[in-house]
Each structure stands twice: as C-alpha cells, then as structure tokens.
Design a protein around this ligand. Structure first.
Ligand code: ADP
Ligand code: MG
Length: 620
C-alpha cells in the first residue's frame, strides 16, 4: 500500500469507529445530528471538494458529484446513517480499486525491472558509475556479474551467461561470447563483460520496450471508448431523472390534492442516484485491459494498446510470412551447381550480400567465413523480394533469385532441388547458383494446430520463396493456403483483397519477422512481429511484438485476449443487470439506500476482482 492508500484506510477506520460509537451511545438528538457530521466530513471531504471543483469547472457529472448530492440530500432528510454509509462504502470501493490498479501496474513494472540505473565506465583505471543516458555510442562499458545490461552493444571481451527472462518471458539462460550482441534489460549472470555500445540509451531495447508498455494504455479499445462515451451521456441523464423523480410526482400530488410526500420521493431519487453510479464499468473495463496487457508482457508478448488486445481476440484469419516466422531464418548452403569455381562463386555471393540484413545474406556470409574487403564493393542496391545488385571491383554483380535474373535478362539455369536458389552473375555472365535451405522452428507445427483449435479459421502462408520450398513447408506444418514467389507488393495486394472480402468482425492478423514486412504489418487489422527482439523496424511497425521466436506465444496472446474480452463482457452484463434490476425495484419503492450501496460499491468490487483474475493468467 502506498501513502495515499494508507491515509484513506485510516480515514475509513476512524470514521467507521466514530460512527459505531455514536450508534452505540444512541445519539439521536438535534445536537447529535451535528455530531454525525464529523465522521461524514472525515470520510467524505475529498468527494465533496471534488464535486465542487467539478461544478466550478463546468464538468460536474462525475462520480464525486453523484455521491455528493446523494449524501448531502440524505443529510437534509436527516438520514445520517445512509449518508455516512454511502460515503464509507464508496471510499472503501475506491481504495480497493486503487489497490487493484496498483497491483496490476506492479505486474507490469515487474517487467519494468529491465530499466537500467547505471553503466560502469573505466576512467584512469577505476570504474565510475554513470547515467546510461549520458553514454555515447561506441563507448566501452563494463558489466559485472549480477548487473543489468544498461545499453545494447557488442561484447569485446569476456564471456558469460545472460538471463533474458525479463525481455522474453523465457528463463532459459543464453551463453554469450566475444562478438555476440547483448541487449539492455538482460542480466549478466556469471562473467565480467566488456561491451562496446551500439545504441544510445533511448534507442536501446530496454528503453524502447518500456516506452511501448507505458504508452499501451493510451490506445483505447472500442469497449473502453464506448464506456467513457456512455458515462458522459448517461450520468447527466441519471441526474436529471433523479431530479424529475424528486419533483414531478410530489408536484402532481400537490396539484391533485393527494399527500405530497416530498421526503419519500427525494429519498427514492437519492437511492436512484447511488444505484446508477457507473463506477463499476468505468473502472473495471480499463483495468481488465491493463491487466491483460500486463499478463501478456510477463510472457514476453508486447501489446501496444488495448485496441489491439481486443482485435486479437477476434482474429479469424492469419497470414504468416515464411522466412523467420515459420522457419528459423538461419540458412545453410547445401549445394553449389553449374559453377566452374565454387570458391569464387561463394566469395562473390558473400561480397554481394555483405550489406544485406536478409537471413539469406547472413547464411551466405557465415558460409564464406572470411574477412570482407569493403573497398571492393560499391553501389549496392537491395531489391526486395529479388536480391542484390552491386558493383564488385567496378563490375556488375547480381545475387538473387530467378526474378532478378529475368529482370537483368541473364540466361540462368533453373534448379530441381527443393531449396532457396541464389543465382550469381558477374557482368551479365551467369556463374551458377547456390542451393540454400532453412529449417522449421520446433514449435511451428504445434502452434498452427493450436491456432486452428482456438478458432483461427483460415491460415495463409505468404512467401517470396519459390514454389517447391513453399509447398514443402506448408505441407509439413499443415497450412492449406500458400502463395509463393511474392514481391512485397504482392503480399500487400493479397492482404488488401482478403480484408475487402471478409466480414468486418472477422479480424485479420499478419505475422512477419518485421524487417521487410513493415507495410504488411501496418495494413493488417493487427500486425504481429516475430522474434523481433532488438530489431528496430519491427518493434516500430507492429502492433504486437512476440519477443522471442516462438509462434506458440501467438497462441498464448490470443488466449489472453479472449479471456480479457470475456471478462470485460461478463462485467458489463453483470453490472448492467444488477443496476437495472435495482433501479426497477427502486422505482417501485422496494429499494433502500443499502441495496443502492450494494448495487454501486458491491458491483464495483466484484467487477474489479473479476478483472484481476486476468493478472493470474500468466500462471496458466
Ligand atoms: P520471405 O517472404 O520468405 O520472407 P523475402 O520477401 O524476404 O522472402 O524474399 C523473397 C525471395 O527473394 C527470397 O526467397 C530470395 O529468393 C530473394 N531474396 C530476397 N533478398 C535476397 C538477398 N539478400 N539475397 C538473395 N536473395 C534474396
Ligand atoms: Mg521475410
């Protein structure tokens, strides 16, 4: 509990005790009435002030206002018990709610543990601790065992084991050595590391993730927007209806010479006010989404806003990129065909791919394994979905697929093997091709199976790779619809077409590795970046980021979103049923202030408890 909450708890206990003593002493006289105002003001002064401030600011219709008129009205009717009880329970409800929000914020800030406090820099033989903010790119920092990695960088000295659980939700330690990348937010477990930073603090993984999560509640879901719009219209209606209830019937009675019973109708109007307070919904719905985002982030799933959490729950169609999404994106060279000098072919391919970030490029460079002399290459152009064209010692070098060869009108040899084919040509002379291949991720097939079980009806694979590879992968993971040899634009066209044809409430998700899939990620109803940990473009373009490479996390994300949305709907139905029921009883005079208190505070507490269940989803 924080200070504010403790203060509130003290006020609640004090006024409850005071109130009980007065009841026990049976103080009922006129003097007694005044004494009853002490616990009333003690418990309710901030509500009264809030209501007054709202009036002055001309935005009166909030919960403070409802509670203030209800209790002040009760005091005028000399119903002190009710006035104090309404305030007391209202404050108990508020305290409870603030505690619940604090709790769910904590579960998110457990993730916030990744915020690094300092970086060690060596100066004149001694370490000094500096604010990571002030460390420039390229600085060598030292990370001792047990310390958090403050900035993204590359290891220049030392080896160790990293705990990346705070980033990915997976507690498998990762072994690292010289030249490996380290991401801020992970924890150095065993050895001393010297790391050369590659990013500023702001651009480092930990900062970016934190920014993302902190801003997540800014993007409101439809249900949240609906509730706040609803409250804005609904509360004034309730207040005016209460006013009508308190005045119209007594007025009719007055005109028809029946007994006026003014206080009876005022009491009913006040009861009506308390019952109709929309707190339960106004509070529990954002809390539910907040808790859902928190539960997801503790599993290494970043959801950028409640709206995306809501959309995820309605995903019926899924489009998946192949390389890096279904497969590991780690290519091995399997064969070399039609070449007179294999070493030369590999060398040229490696030089062509030197500046590319494509998984194919990394595979080929790995295979080549020798130093690259950057001076030999110039004018590098990467053509998305085709390959690379550049100049190698002034000569035109092309490294890519059939489409690239066709574009350059080079006479190439096609290939019968199953695999991704990388053709190489120099000055329009065909030199042969490499057959490279990628492996499926362990969980791909299982994830596809479970996605079908949880209601994703149509699954498509979209790939720029050739037909043979596409068919092979699709068959192995049981994806019925696959499209191959697509340029990035073709992928967009397919997504656009399906979005146009589908029903509005059937949502389409696109899952990609995020680097070259940015347009597709942004056009889908919800764009999901896979294994994007540390890659800039992906975290930016996607709506949902699965921090490690595991497609099963998508299943989890959808499950969390469905549970969250389910609980939101339960709360809406429950609150509205109880409130409408109590209002009907109230209109017929069968509801008193005590029922009203239950309908308001009781419903709110139950709704909040229900919402808090979401936070425990991570354990399932
Ligand atoms: P995917 O849809 O499988 O992620 P991309 O759109 O990234 O594929 O690429 C499609 C195809 O374009 C690849 O299968 C490959 O044939 C070719 N290609 C793209 N980039 C390169 C590159 N850097 N080197 C060689 N070939 C490439
Ligand atoms: Mg790709």
């Amino acid at each position: 509990m924080n200070k504010k909450q403790k203060k509130m708890l003290t006020r609640i206990i004090l006024s409850a005790v005071l109130f009980s003593i007065m009841k026990l002493l049976k103080i009922e006289s006129v003097l007694g009435s005044v004494i009853y105002l002490i616990p009333y003001f003690l418990i309710g002064y901030d509500v009264l002030i809030g209501a007054f401030k709202g009036l002055i600011a001309k935005v009166p219709f909030d919960e403070n206002f409802l509670m203030a008129i209800a209790t002040v009205g009760a005091i005028f009717l000399s119903d002190f018990n009710e006035a104090i009880a309404v305030m007391l329970f209202y404050q108990i409800g508020e305290l409870f709610q603030s505690y619940a929000i604090g709790k769910s914020r904590k579960s998110i800030t457990a993730l916030m543990d990744i915020r690094p406090d300092y970086a060690n820099i060596e100066q004149n033989g001694a370490f000094i601790k500096v604010d990571p903010y002030e460390v420039e790119v390229g600085t060598i920092i030292t990370i001792l065992p047990g310390e958090k990695v403050p900035l993204d960088g590359i290891i220049v000295e030392g080896r160790s084991v990293l705990d990346i659980a705070a980033l990915t939700g997976e507690s498998v330690p990762k072994e690292i050595d010289v030249a490996d990348e380290v991401l801020s937010g992970s924890v150095n477990i065993s050895g001393l590391l010297k790391v050369q930073t590659t990013k500023e603090f702001e651009q480092s993984t930990a900062s970016r993730i934190l920014n993302l999560v902190e801003n997540a509640s800014n993007l409101k879901s439809k249900s949240e927007n609906f509730i706040s719009r609803f409250a804005r219209v609904y509360t004034p209606i309730v207040v005016y209806s209460a006013l009508a209830l308190a005045s119209v019937i007594p007025l009719i009675n007055l005109l028809t010479n029946s007994p006026v019973e003014l206080s009876k109708w005022i009491y009913r109007a006040l009861t009506f006010l308390v019952i109709s307070c929309p707190c339960a919904l106004v509070i529990s719905i954002p809390l539910s989404f907040f808790a859902g985002i928190g539960a997801a982030s503790s599993q290494g799933i970043l959801i950028k806003g409640s709206n995306y959490l809501e959309t995820l729950a309605k995903v019926k169609m899924l489009m998946l990129d192949k390389t890096g999404t279904l497969t590991k994106g780690v290519f091995a060279v399997n064969a070399i065909h039609h070449s007179e000098d294999d070493d030369n072919l590999v060398m040229l391919a490696a030089y062509g791919e030197y500046y590319s970030n494509h998984p194919i490029a990394r595979g080929i460079l790995e295979h080549y394994g020798k130093e690259i002399d950057e001076g030999r290459i110039s004018e590098v152009k990467e053509i998305a979905g085709k390959g690379i064209v550049c100049r190698y010692q002034g000569k035109q070098l092309a490294v890519g697929n059939e489409k690239l060869m066709q574009q350059l009108m080079i006479d190439y040899q096609s290939c019968q093997s199953v695999g991704t084919i990388v053709h190489v040509s120099l000055e329009n002379e065909y030199l042969g091709h490499l057959v490279i291949s990628d492996v499926l991720k362990e969980n791909t097939a299982a994830a596809i199976e479970q996605l079908k079980i949880i209601g994703v009806k149509e699954i498509y694979m979209l790939t720029g790779d050739n037909e043979k590879v596409a068919k092979d992968v699709a068959e192995r993971v049981k994806i019925e619809n696959y499209h191959y040899q697509l340029l990035p634009d073709d992928k967009l066209e397919i997504i656009k077409r399906i979005i146009k044809e589908k029903a509005e409430n059937q949502k389409l998700a696109f899952v990609g590795d995020g680097i070259n899939d940015a347009p597709a990620l942004s056009i889908a109803d919800v764009g999901i970046a896979m294994g994007a940990l540390g890659t800039d473009a992906a975290i930016e373009a996607a709506d949902v980021v699965l921090m490690d490479d595991d497609l099963l996390k998508l299943v989890k994300a959808i499950k969390i979103s469905k549970t969250t949305l389910g609980i939101v709907y339960q709360n809406i139905i429950f609150a509205i049923t109880v409130k409408v029921g109590s209002l009907i009883l109230g209109a017929f005079g069968h509801a008193d202030m005590w029922l009203a208190i239950f309908a308001d505070v009781g419903v709110m507490v139950i709704a909040v408890l229900n919402a808090m269940r979401i936070m425990f989803l991570k354990n399932s």
